[in-house]
Write a protein that binds this ligand. Structure first.
Ligand code: HEM
Length: 378
């Protein structure tokens, strides 16, 4: 998409797509300003183009699809238990999982960044955070993937399935309620919150299920794609990869640059709640605005030589995790997972080349990346 996005930034900073009837902003400053202005740019009808168009009622509690004041209440509840400190405490477990996945592949001559690592790691990590027993994690992930699939052809919609009672996850919540631990699930079950009516109470089983659906829906595929991008981009930049393998203290900045360079979630959408004008052209109330954060990250108005990948770049703020009130709640976790995965790969495989004939791109309208990324490790 990058050459197209560059043309949009240069030639049509406010772009209108007649066929599908939506507007788009592509410059860093415009995308950032729009993401900050939730009064105008609303998420309550969904933050995916197909969802806003479908004009359907969305389940409550999915903060991605909410506006203030309800968003503020729900976000506060989640932010209270889902802290960067708790996320960072997972590092040893994430590391151990990566080591367990990669050790058997040493000497095999090849591995797959997605199938052998990226596909499982995010669910495992969320599983550790929630205290879900390892043997139940797979079944739970399949269930969530099923409920949140979006193929991008516009015919199917993400319809989060809330009817979990009786299945593995509902059973897990009930079990955890009787067997408290030091995990986030125990906290969600016991903590007192002030709800939107001002009443202080604990969360219901349904509400907890909704929050967990949200976390896994928002945090799984995106992070899987980040791992795939690490494999591709570093295969294309072998000198920088070698530098990273010898000086691993550069890894956190390399992940930040990777996030900027290849945003796994490069497009957000909003419902326009009042008329706005750009460059003399009015976007009428009721329109759909597509915000190309992936394009903003490559805006030459913001970054020198933006199409150059540079692990030493002073990246500063990028738009990969969004901006404003919906800024990614799992950003610290995603950074941790990216950093640990890359570190563990480099320790075992300092050299690799992509096996292009067998690499497959992922096709969804919301997330961009690789479905499989096999590499030869020499
Ligand atoms: C929100 C990207 C990982 C949980 C967002 C948004 C973006 C994003 C762009 C804002 C959406 C909008 O403005 O409409 C990413 C990327 C990730 C990642 C690229 C990985 C590389 C995660 C993880 C979790 C998570 C690991 C949790 C386990 C959330 C939640 C929100 C969110 C709960 C909603 C926040 C709100 O609406 O207030 N993410 N995310 N994300 N993300 Fe992430």
């Amino acid at each position: 998409p990058y050459p197209t996005w560059r043309r949009l930034r240069d030639e049509a900073p406010l772009y209108y797509n007649e066929k599908f009837d939506f507007f788009a902003l592509s410059r860093f400053g415009d995308v950032e300003a729009a993401l900050s202005d939730w009064h105008t740019y609303r998420s309550g009808r969904g933050s995916v183009l197909e969802l806003i168009r479908a004009n359907i009622e969305l389940p409550p509690g999915i903060i991605l699809f909410e506006d203030p004041p309800v968003h503020t209440v729900h976000r506060k509840i989640l932010a209270q238990v889902f802290t960067p400190k708790k996320m960072n405490a997972l590092e040893p477990k994430v590391r151990e999982f990566c080591a367990r996945s990669l050790d058997p592949l040493v000497g095999a001559g090849r591995f797959d960044f997605i199938k052998d690592l990226g596909a499982q790691m995010p669910m495992r990590t969320i599983g550790y955070l929630l205290g879900i027993p390892e043997e139940d994690q797979e079944a739970i992930r399949d269930r969530f993937d099923e409920g949140l699939k979006l193929t991008g052809d516009g015919t199917d919609l993400p319809t989060p399935d809330m009817s979990y009672s009786g299945d593995e996850f509902g059973e897990y919540i009930d079990w955890r309620a009787k067997n408290p631990s030091d995990d986030i699930m125990t906290e969600l079950l016991t903590a007192q919150f002030e709800d939107e009516t001002g009443t202080t109470r604990t969360l219901s089983r349904e509400e907890i299920l909704t929050y967990i659906t949200l976390l896994t829906g928002a945090g799984n595929e995106t992070t899987t794609r980040l791992v795939g991008w690490a494999g591709k981009v570093l295969a294309e930049n072998p000198d920088q990869r070698r530098e990273l393998a010898t000086d691993r203290s550069l890894i956190p900045n390399a992940i930040e640059e990777l996030l900027r360079y290849e945003a796994p979630s490069p497009v957000q959408a909003r419902y326009v709640a009042n008329d706005v004008t750009y460059h003399g052209q009015t976007v009428p109330e009721g329109s759909i605005m597509v915000l190309l954060n992936g394009s903003g990250n490559r805006d030459e108005r913001r970054y020198p030589d933006p199409d150059h990948f540079d692990i030493r770049r002073d990246v500063g703020r990028h738009l990969t995790f969004g901006y404003g009130i919906h800024h990614c709640l799992g950003a610290a976790l995603a950074r941790l997972e990216g950093r640990v995965a890359l570190d563990e790969v480099l320790q075992r495989f300092p050299e690799w080349e992509v096996d292009w004939p067998n690499a497959v791109q992922a096709r969804t309208s919301t997330v961009r990346g690789w479905e499989t990324l096999p590499v030869h490790t020499g």
